[in-house]
Ligand binder design. Structure first.
Ligand code: 2AM
Length: 487
């Protein structure tokens, strides 16, 4: 093929995300070659490039034709299922690639798989990027948030493309070079963990407003629309307002009430919680959101438990709590509780990223991460600009909770936050995310915790020793002997 007719970049794997990202790249004027194992998807993509464009997109039916249609040094994005399919695709494509070419995996890959593949690629002289892509179908087509990590040289080869393709916000495109190794995948993983937390907290706000406040779906739609004009303005609040408005086409009322209360998941939230544990970072809000998904999955058991406990005499307290509720105040309190809980959840996610960055020497720039999440991705929110500014004020911030601006906001909201959690507890409406965030806040902000007693217990039964508040060193005490003697 003539060099002038070669594509600027290639994309393999034309399921929903792949097709839309390819069309986005082509629409921005970068000639792109596409490939998929099953060739019908190549035709589908070509049809779309024609009807939505025409855009500079060529389809290829063999790995060889595909690779040879791309200008050197070649950059090839792979968007196939994470795990073995990525290895198989790399195997098929890399046979035809040359030293200096780059493979970019855009899937939700486990970061250690990326680190293994970086080594394998380097052995063949190839460069490698693991790139988190967030924003779903719509984001991929019109502007996602992109989190590329790995080879800096490889990033520079595609910088012009990703900066055009990513979502654009007032302070730039929602992409930046994240760092070395699997950092791009890791950051995307934590983004997803934070997303779990946000969704859980919103569902709790809904639960309290609906079941304690007695609000209808129409009321909720109006409240969420209103919230979306203030400090909570975000994609998730906006879509939640829309969800409450959709009628059920198969019956009375709104569709949301007919949806089975069982949450699905694909694993990135679980990885986030596992990593938090590995790194000794507390992430209770994110863990609560994961646990809630597990409990939601036990639908049959929950239905049974409701019966067993009712038979055992459990009385629903919601009715009693609901009488005498000031709805207007409850709505305002829940908004504040949601915001404060969210700050704690993001503090956990950012601190997990910091711990990993230290462990792996990734040198993550937290202000930049918050910035590239401002557009394109599922957690996009006005609030991320505040996080960006907090890390710009102090790149070594110990926790978002102690940023002077956030600290002020938490203090202003804590009375409302405590009222909501207290009300929910007395009504028997579980708010595990809000409770976890509040407990995180109250534990972190207290200069003295009851950990002294736990240390004493450990020393008593295991001679694990303890430190003292008033003198240096490790101490051990014969607790039992002394206690019995003093009787
Ligand atoms: P397919 O259309 O040929 O199934 C999401 O499943 C995407 O990953 C699809 O584009 C799918 O290709 C691709 N995919 C899944 N497993 C694959 C494999 N082992 N090799 C190549 N592509 C694969």
């Amino acid at each position: 093929m003539e060099a002038s007719t070669l594509s600027r970049i290639g994309l393999a794997g034309l399921a929903v995300m792949g097709q839309n990202l390819a069309l986005n790249i082509a629409e921005k004027g970068f000639p792109i070659s596409v490939y998929n194992r099953t060739t019908s998807k190549v035709d589908e993509t070509l049809d779309r490039a024609h009807s939505e464009g025409p855009y500079p997109l060529t389809g290829h039916r063999t790995p060889r034709d595909f690779i040879l249609s791309i200008k050197k040094p070649r950059s090839v994005i792979i968007l196939v299922k994470a795990g073995a399919p990525v290895d198989q695709t790399i195997q098929a494509l890399s046979e035809h690639m040359d030293p200096g070419d780059t493979i970019i995996d855009g899937g939700n890959e486990w970061y250690e798989n990326t680190e293994r593949r970086i080594v394998e690629a380097n052995n063949k002289g190839l460069l490698y990027l693991g790139m988190g892509v967030s924003g779903g179908e719509e984001g991929a087509r019109n502007g996602p948030s992109l989190m590329p990590g790995g080879s800096f040289e490889a990033y520079n080869n595609i910088k012009d493309i990703v900066e055009k393709v990513a979502a654009q916000v007032e302070d730039g495109p929602c992409v930046t070079y994240i760092g070395e190794g699997g950092s791009g995948n890791f950051v995307k993983m934590v983004h997803n963990g934070i997303e779990y937390g946000d969704m859980q907290l919103i569902s709790e706000a809904y639960d309290v407003l609906k079941n304690v406040g007695g609000l209808s779906n129409a009321d909720l739609a109006e409240i969420f629309d209103e919230w979306n004009k203030g400090e909570l303005e975000s994609f998730l609040i906006e879509i939640t307002a829309d969800i409450f408005k959709v009628k059920d086409e198969h019956g009375e009322g709104e569709l949301v009430d007919k949806i089975l209360d069982k949450t699905g998941m694909k694993g990135t939230g679980k990885w986030t919680v596992q990593q938090a544990a590995e790194l000794s970072v507390a992430a209770p809000t994110i863990a609560a959101s994961l646990d809630c998904r597990y409990l939601s999955g036990l639908k049959d058991e929950r239905v049974e438990a409701a019966k067993v406990l009712a038979d055992a005499g459990l009385k629903e307290e919601v009715g009693a709590v609901r009488t005498g509720i000031d709805k207007k105040r409850l709505i305002d309190d829940v908004r504040q509780a949601l915001y404060a809980s969210k700050i704690c959840s993001y503090a956990q996610g950012m601190n997990l990223l910091r711990a990993k960055s230290v462990e792996k020497n990734w040198n993550l720039n937290f202000g930049e991460l918050a910035r590239i999440w401002k557009g394109g991705c599922i957690i996009r929110a006005v609030f991320l600009d505040r996080i960006k500014k907090a890390y710009q004020r102090n790149p070594n911030l110990a926790s978002l909770v102690v940023d002077p601006e956030f600290a002020k906001e938490m203090v202003q909201r804590q009375a409302a936050w405590r009222r909501v959690v207290g009300l929910a507890v007395s009504a028997g409406i579980s708010t595990p995310g809000m409770c976890a965030s509040l407990a995180y806040f109250d534990t972190y902000r207290r200069a003295r915790l009851p950990a002294n007693l736990v240390q004493a217990q450990r020393d008593l039964f295991g001679a694990h020793t303890y430190e003292r508040v008033d003198r240096p060193g490790a101490f051990h005490t014969e607790w039992t002997k002394l206690a019995r003697k003093s009787k």
